[in-house]
Write a protein that binds this ligand. Structure first.
Ligand code: FAD
Ligand code: FES
Length: 292
């Protein structure tokens, strides 16, 4: 299939000031920084490499996807939010930062989700795989423009999906992030928690099957989360003949195509596979092209 995913090339490096930093779910933070340039150029699905300012520990930046974008009073792109789960060295240090402090950011990096028109866009997220879904939903429902088109007075955005559903799985309800934001954007929610504390008790793939059973017209899946979950979603999509895009979270070092730490095995379409760099040829790939 021809690659119809848009891409905002020409990344920039910035030292950006934190304007908001708050907990949005268990162990999960939303950090908002000011950057008119990045807010006016980043597309849903793209990411940034983030480092602590004036600090070489950890030396290597970490990839964080765009979670949300803020506008100024005149409707011009002004801020970017990332969301992260406190896991290891970098995210622990990041969670100690306060409003007014700075981070080093380079981006926008990678490709974006497809904007091909579809009747029903089904987003499937596991854990912190929720991060790229909020902007994707806003773009698909025509609520906001992203990328270079969003610069200046907001040109009226046009929807490319009639309906958007979020299938969202987490360990317990405490780990679910941003539900209000999705609901206020008229996204249909289908929740699964392992302990049944909210929604279906079990796996997100089970609610996905139900959503697909009840769906009419053309469907496309956009998926992000732990690799076994993305693999399971990919199998469901293949069995049903539904197009599925997955956003891979392979560990990265440079984020700009130099170090080759981020490679994934991608089917070449002729029975062979080759490595592709997730940071510049991804992070979004057709699920059927991935050699899991
Ligand atoms: C394109 C892309 C987008 C991403 N977007 C987000 C995001 O929006 N929010 C977010 O919280 N994280 C995101 N990540 C993951 C993020 O880059 C970091 O890897 C993660 O935050 C852990 O960093 P750390 O320094 O706290 O943990 P580390 O000390 O680096 O690692 C802690 C533990 O997590 C494991 N780990 C590290 N990196 C990964 C990974 N990429 N996948 C699975 N396990 C890993 C390590 O093996 C270790 O066991 C993204 C990754 C990619 C490639
Ligand atoms: S992270 Fe260095 S090549 Fe992709």
């Amino acid at each position: 299939m021809a690659d119809d995913r848009p891409c905002s090339r020409g990344f920039r490096f910035e030292r950006s000031r934190i304007v908001e930093h708050r907990i949005i779910a268990k162990d999960t933070w939303q950090l908002t920084f000011r950057s008119e340039a990045l807010a006016g150029s980043t597309l849903p699905g793209q990411f940034f490499m983030v480092r602590l300012a004036d600090c070489n520990d950890p030396l290597i930046g970490r990839a964080l996807a765009m979670f949300d974008r803020g506008l100024d009073v005149q409707g011009r792109p002004e801020t970017i939010s990332v969301a992260y789960v406190v896991k290891g060295k970098f995210t622990r240090a990041l969670s100690d930062l306060h409003v007014g402090q700075s981070i080093e950011v380079w981006g926008p990096l990678g490709n974006a989700f497809s904007t091909e028109p579809v009747d029903h866009l089904v987003m499937v997220a596991g854990g912190v795989g929720i991060t790229p879904m909020l902007c994707l939903a806003s773009a698909a429902l025509g609520l906001e423009n992203y990328g270079p088109e969003s610069n200046g007075p907001q040109a009226s955005p046009s929807p490319y999906a009639q309906q958007v559903t979020l299938c969202y799985g987490a360990r317990t309800r405490e780990y679910l992030a941003g539900l209000d934001s999705f609901e206020s954007r008229k996204v249909r929610l289908a929740i699964a928690t392992e302990d049944g504390s909210l929604g279906h008790r079990g796996r997100v793939t089970e609610v996905l099957e139900e959503v697909l059973d009840g769906s009419q017209g053309s469907v496309r899946i956009a998926c992000c989360g732990p690799e076994p979950m993305m693999q399971a979603v990919s199998r469901i999509a293949q069995r049903r003949g539904v197009r599925c895009e997955v956003s891979l979270e392979t560990p990265m070092a440079c984020g700009i195509g130099i170090c080759f730490t981020c490679v994934a095995k991608i089917d070449q379409g002729d029975g062979s596979w080759d490595y592709r760099r997730t940071c510049i040829e991804g992070p979004i790939f057709e699920a059927q092209s991935i050699v899991w």
